[in-house]
Ligand binder design. Structure first.
Ligand code: SAH
Length: 279
C-alpha cells in the first residue's frame, strides 16, 4: 500500500517555500473573488462629507465605494478590519480618513505624504483617491496587507501612490524616507509616544504628522510630552472631527539619530522620560 509521503515525493522534490510568491498567489485568489461593483455610498455619508466641505469630483465616490467593497471582501479572508457592516464602514473607514482633508488642504500639489501602518489602506487609499495631486507612500510591515493595498490601487487605477513593505523603524533609517515627507499620517498604530516615534522621523523639518485619534487624544498627548520633546516635535493643534480627533504635530528639526529605536522598541517601551535619551 503506497504511503502518503512517498506519493508526495513521487511528484518531484517539494518546492522551496517562497513567501513572496505565496502572498501574491493568495492575494490574486482573494481579488478574483472580489465584487466588481462599488458599494453604494449611503446618504448620511454624503451629507457628512458635505459638512466637512468635501466636494467630490465625478467618479471619486464610486472609487471610494470600489475600495470599500474590496476591503470588506478581503477582510473575510485576512485580518484587515473588524467592521463588516457597509454603512458603518463608510463612516469608520472612508469618512474618518477624509477628515484629514482639512489639514492636508494646506499642502500644495506635488507634496508628499506617507501613511505609517496603513493596514488595509486607511487612511492613505481614500485620501489618494480624492487628492490625485499629492504623492502618497503607504507603508506597512505586513506583506499580506501591502499586497492587498497594491492590488486595490491597481483596480482603482491610482498611480500616484506607492506601497512599501517595511517596519517603520527600518524604513525611517533609509535616506530615501528619512526627513523626506511633507506630511506623515497614521491611524490606530499605537499610543501617541509610539506613533510619534514611528512617524516623525519620516517628516521634513517644518513638516507635519497628522494623527487620527479618539477622544482620549488629550490624555495621550499629556503622556507623550517627553517623547515629543526628544523627537524635536511640538503639538500645534488638535482638530475635532465628526469621527474623532486629529492631533497635529510639527517637526521642528531633523530627528536625532537615536530615533526611532530598534524594531518593536517604540511600542514595547514608549518614550516617557527625558532619561530615555540614549547616553
Ligand atoms: N491604519 C490602518 C491599520 C491599523 S492596524 C487602519 O486604521 O485601519 C495597525 C497597522 O500598523 C497594522 O497593519 C500593522 O501591520 C502596522 N504596524 C504596526 N507597527 C508597525 C511598524 N512598526 N512598522 C510598520 N507597520 C506597523
Amino acid at each position: 500500500m503506497p504511503n502518503p509521503s512517498s506519493a508526495t515525493s513521487a511528484r518531484g522534490p517539494a518546492r522551496k517555500p517562497d513567501p513572496d510568491r505565496d502572498v501574491l498567489a493568495f492575494i490574486a485568489e482573494v481579488m478574483a473573488g472580489a465584487p466588481t461593483e462599488p458599494l453604494q455610498a449611503p446618504p448620511d455619508f454624503l451629507a457628512a462629507a458635505g459638512e466637512l466641505g468635501i466636494a467630490f469630483e465625478p467618479g471619486e465616490v464610486e472609487k471610494l465605494g470600489r475600495f470599500l467593497g474590496l476591503l470588506l471582501h478581503a477582510s473575510t479572508r485576512m485580518n484587515l478590519t473588524a467592521i463588516k457592516e457597509p454603512g458603518q464602514a463608510w463612516q469608520r473607514h472612508i469618512l474618518d480618513a477624509l477628515t484629514l482633508m482639512a489639514p492636508l488642504a494646506e499642502l500644495p500639489p506635488g507634496s508628499t505624504v506617507v501613511d505609517i501602518g496603513t493596514g488595509g489602506g486607511v487612511p492613505g487609499v481614500p485620501l489618494a483617491v480624492v487628492r490625485p495631486d499629492l504623492r502618497f507612500t503607504l507603508l506597512d510591515a505586513t506583506a499580506k496587507k501591502t499586497a492587498f493595498v497594491r492590488a486595490a490601487l491597481d483596480v482603482l487605477g491610482v498611480k500616484h501612490a506607492s506601497v512599501v513593505t517595511s517596519r517603520a523603524e527600518q524604513a525611517a533609517r533609509d535616506p530615501q524616507h528619512r526627513d523626506a515627507y511633507d506630511a506623515a499620517i497614521a491611524r490606530a498604530v499605537g499610543p501617541m509616544a509610539t506613533i510619534a516615534e514611528l512617524a516623525t522621523p519620516f517628516v521634513k523639518p517644518g513638516g507635519v504628522a497628522l494623527l487620527i485619534k479618539g477622544e482620549r487624544a488629550g490624555d495621550e498627548l499629556a503622556d507623550a510630552k517627553a517623547a515629543l520633546h526628544l523627537l524635536l516635535s511640538t503639538h500645534v493643534g488638535t482638530l475635532e472631527t465628526p469621527t474623532g480627533r486629529i492631533v497635529v504635530l510639527e517637526k521642528m528639526r531633523p530627528t536625532p539619530k537615536a530615533y526611532p529605536r530598534g524594531n518593536g522598541e517604540p511600542k514595547r517601551r514608549p518614550l516617557r522620560h527625558d532619561q530615555d535619551r540614549p547616553a
